[in-house]
Design a protein around this ligand. Sequence first.
Ligand SMILES: [Zn+2]
Length: 158
Amino acid sequence: MRGGTEDLGKSLWSDATRRPAPGIDLTAEDVQGLRDLRQDLNRLVQPPTSESSPEGGPVTSLMTLPTALRLDEHGRIQAEPRGTGWRQVASLALIEAYQAQCTDTLRRLKTCRNPRCATSFYDRSRNSSGVWHDVRACGNAANLRNYRARKRAGTEQA
Ligand SMILES: [Zn+2]
């Protein structure tokens, strides 16, 4: 994977983690593994009762992903992805998810309630009650649909 999108992703990840981006080479053979990983990660951020949640357990063999723990020069333990291709991407994604789970921030990673959108987002609301990736884009449209539906129901009952 080479190009502008990758460079943007590397920059954002490196800026957020203050760690150098791992060099990951992807080929066409990695596409299915990446799709399966995406499905597993989508399942991770959907609420358990979501109707759009796919059935069954993880598609990828996430439990076999290689990861290394290293004691750095500052005395901190660093988790590092191992493997190649999609497995290296999956290892990196699960390291981040595990660290978010340990700091109780994973619950803030959500899927937008708008089924037409289904964008994953990080809920920055104070009480972790956000359900829309963007209130103006998805929340207001849903509220307007609900308002019109209530108005129609009220008109039909009168
Ligand atoms: Zn949305």
